[in-house]
Design a protein around this ligand. Structure first.
Ligand code: 4NP
Length: 168
């Protein structure tokens, strides 16, 4: 008899400020690539913002467009981080910049669960947090969204390896 795996899915939460530009794209790239690897049943993936201005809105049209150019759907609806729920349900919490990270820690997230997105990029190993941020593209031009995509894509491979190690 084959035993079913009783383990709960590993929760991975991507966090930025508005939850309309960076973290929805990070979530979508990670969901797309882990789905290709057949990992979807073992993961609980979401994104959220530390600010609430855009709650209920779809991702910024520029994030949706850059995702589409790379064959990735960005279906996120913005929500705020909910410390009571999220800091228990998600085992890995991945902020886009140092400010989001500081906010999460101030709100009570466990230090060992929080890790900056670009710290997973092997090309940036050992750099201080302030040098490995995913910059907020909201007030810039469309190129900023392509640069954000490339940063997220570069970090996602190692993030997936990290998650696979934890699932093993
Ligand atoms: P995000 O970008 O944090 O990558 O979603 C932002 C979107 C909206 C605002 C700030 C950042 N805003 O101030 O409205």
């Amino acid at each position: 008899m084959t035993e079913s795996n009783p383990r709960e899915p590993l929760g991975v939460l991507f966090v930025c400020l508005g939850n309309i530009c960076r973290s929805p794209l990070a979530e979508a790239i990670f969901a797309h690539r882990t789905d290709e690897l057949g990992l979807t049943p073992q993961l609980h993936i979401d994104s959220a913002g530390t600010g609430g201005w855009h709650v209920g809105k779809p991702a910024d049209s520029r994030s949706i467009a850059v995702g589409r150019r790379h064959g990735i759907d960005v279906p996120s609806v913005a929500r705020e981080v909910d410390p009571d729920e999220d800091f228990h349900r998600f085992h890995l919490i991945v902020p886009m910049d140092e400010s989001n990270q500081t906010t999460l820690l101030e709100w009570g997230a466990q230090r060992e669960r929080v890790r900056l997105m670009r710290s997973f990029d092997p090309a940036l190993a050992g750099r201080p947090d302030r040098e490995i941020e995913v910059p907020d593209p909201y007030y810039g031009d469309g190129d900023g969204f392509e640069r954000v995509y490339q940063m997220l894509d570069a970090a996602t491979s190692r993030l997936i390896e990290h998650v696979q190690d934890r699932l093993a």
